[in-house]
Design a protein around this ligand. Structure first.
Ligand code: ATP
Ligand code: MG
Length: 559
């Protein structure tokens, strides 16, 4: 058994149960995604919690697909969700389960409810049923079909199963209490008719269980002890308990508890909204690096270990909150600082010609791969008289406090020489197209023997050796920190300029980067090599610790 990551109310709850030998000391959890979309970082929280708790208490966690809505589900999502789980580094001791595997048992238990007089067939349409439910402080109205005799209900329910009725013509409802304070106990629907082929059961069933009927019963079938949901299901708990108490269970009766969902600023963690982003063309797909999906974060270069460290740090709470995205980025940065190789890339190239460099000469500079990791060794980077530097690193007429290159000023070219700009070539519009400079041969390696200092160090790439690359840089997907929080459509604050793409010049060593590998482009940030297209890079995070800045600002705020 492992030490729990942090003590939280879920772990306290499970611990108390193991100590009192409830369930014979057994612990079993599940992660129950619906295969109707790709997982996002919120799901990672649920995954690490469910799999983590099981592991810490010597129990097990199963992956169960909650596949009860054939209209929206797809086997491609089943495969993708399993891939995402293994990317996160969690694995289940047993193969994935499917709620659809339990359709026969769920149906048999529903017949039991009918036989006990605890469920009835209602002929009313969904809208009428919903209106009759009433509201808090408003009475519910009993269906005229509520008093149907058991035999008639049983016959009708079987006919529903046998495809005798049209979609929506009838439903099966639990018979609980139309005046209950808890709306979920006002005769909830357990089965509806949908003539939609299911990705696993095909046309075998035309009736499908609702979430409330499938979920708790599936938990019971699998032997789940602790069913950990998010807070929006808190009101369902009374129904979860009621339904489980009415059927003859094969074993223990599972219990439900709820924790607060993960929310992150400048993102929306809802499959519905993420699907809309894809369908409306705001992003290229579910795996677009701007997306908070696990596929998007993976393409962006986020290490799963940083996601784990982030959700551990956020912890498990009983009330909803929103976490700053900068905290996540700081975990990503910390991890990448340790692990990623340093490379040079110029994103907005400007030609720099060294006029006193011996014609045609190439010097190989020995450069450290990662100062944080001595084992990463060194590489040789070619230097010549024609280089690419960043456009931003040169100004013909420098603004105040501009310490980079400008005519007459000396700067350091990282790992190479000191250079002094002498002149610049401009085009007809006055744009600088080339900088002319001289170098000091005495400054090889980037320091002067006479001890003179320069105020800035710049990165560069030898023009004759540079490789062409495409570099995508990202800003926030939503301009608002809390998109949709004021009741507006979250899509109205999508940032249309969240991606900036530039043709870049990069050093030759980048030909060897592996798909998905993240490197630090010196001075620019961390960049992930695309998973599919060679020489395409996505900016993962910048170099500056924005989280530390936020913390400092908060500390200095008057209380
Ligand atoms: P969404 O609202 O994004 O569609 P969902 O809850 O409908 O999510 P499911 O596939 O049903 O998606 O989710 C599987 C599990 O993941 C559920 O137990 C759910 O509570 C949990 N989960 C979903 N979103 C979050 C989140 N933001 N934080 C923590 N857990 C989450
Ligand atoms: Mg759901």
């Amino acid at each position: 058994m492992e030490e729990p990551a942090t003590q939280d109310f879920v772990r306290e709850w499970v611990k108390a149960d193991t100590e009192s030998k409830k369930f014979g000391g057994r612990v079993q959890t599940r992660f129950p995604p619906e295969p109707n979309g790709y997982l996002h970082i919120g799901h990672a929280k649920s995954i690490y919690l469910n799999f983590g708790v099981a592991e810490e208490f010597g129990g097990k966690c199963l992956l169960r697909f909650d596949d009860t809505n054939p209209e929206t589900e797809d086997p491609a999502f089943v495969t993708a969700i399993q891939e995402d789980l293994s990317w996160l580094g969690v694995s289940s001791a047993e193969p994935a389960r499917f709620a659809s595997d339990y359709f026969p048992q769920l149906y048999a238990w529903a017949e039991d409810l009918v036989r006990k007089g605890l469920a009835y067939v209602d002929d009313q349409d969904a809208e009428t049923i919903s209106e009759q439910r009433g509201g808090f402080g408003q009475p519910g109205i009993e269906s005229p079909f509520r008093g149907r005799p058991v035999e008639e209900n049983l016959g009708l329910f079987r006919q529903m199963r046998d495809s005798a009725f049209a979609d929506g013509a009838k439903v099966l409802r639990a018979k609980i209490d139309m005046q209950a304070d808890n709306m979920w106990l006002r005769d909830p629907v357990l089965y509806r008719i949908r003539r939609t082929p299911h990705h696993r059961t095909d046309n075998q069933w035309v009736i499908y269980p609702t979430y409330d009927w499938a979920h708790g019963q599936s938990d019971a079938i699998e032997g789940v002890t602790h069913s950990i949901c998010t807070l929006e299901f808190a009101d369902h708990r009374a129904l979860y308990d009621w339904l489980l108490s009415q059927i003859d269970l094969p074993g223990d009766r599972p219990q439900q508890n709820e924790f607060a969902r993960l929310n992150v600023t400048h993102w929306v963690l809802s499959k519905r909204v993420l699907r809309a982003l894809v369908e409306d063309g705001h992003v290229d797909g579910w795996d677009d690096p701007r997306m908070p999906t696990l596929r998007g974060l993976r393409r962006r270069g986020y290490p799963p270990s940083a996601i784990k460290a982030f959700v551990d740090r956020v912890g498990v709470a009983k009330s909803n909150s929103v976490v700053e995205v900068e905290l996540l980025e700081s975990f990503v940065r910390t991890e990448l600082n340790r692990s990623s190789l340093r490379r040079m890339a110029v994103v907005k190239p400007l030609k720099l010609t060294i006029t006193n460099w011996p014609e045609g000469q190439v010097e190989l500079m020995e450069v450290v791969n990662n100062p944080e990791d001595p084992d990463a060794g060194t590489r040789q980077v070619p230097f010549s008289g024609e280089l690419w530097i960043e456009q931003d690193d040169f100004r013909l007429e420098p603004p105040p406090k501009y310490y980079r290159l400008t005519p007459g000023r000396e700067v350091r070219l990282r790992n190479a020489f000191f250079v002094t700009a002498t002149d610049a070539v401009t085009d007809d519009d006055g744009n600088v197209v080339e900088v002319l400079a001289t170098y000091d041969p005495e400054t090889l390696g980037g320091s002067a023997p006479d001890g003179r200092k320069v105020k800035s160090t710049m990165h560069w790439v030898s023009a004759g050796h540079a490789l062409d690359a495409t570099v995508h840089q990202y800003s926030r997907l939503f301009t608002e920190p809390h998109p949709g929080a004021d009741g507006t459509d979250p899509l109205s604050s999508v940032n249309p300029n969240a991606r900036e793409t530039n043709p870049a010049k990069v050093e030759p060593a980048l030909a060897e980067v592996a798909p998905g590998q993240v490197v630090q482009f010196e001075r620019l940030g961390y960049f992930a090599a695309d998973l599919d297209s060679p020489m395409v890079f996505h900016r993962t995070v910048g170099l500056r610790d924005e989280w530390a800045k936020i913390q400092k600002r908060k500390k200095n705020q008057p209380k």
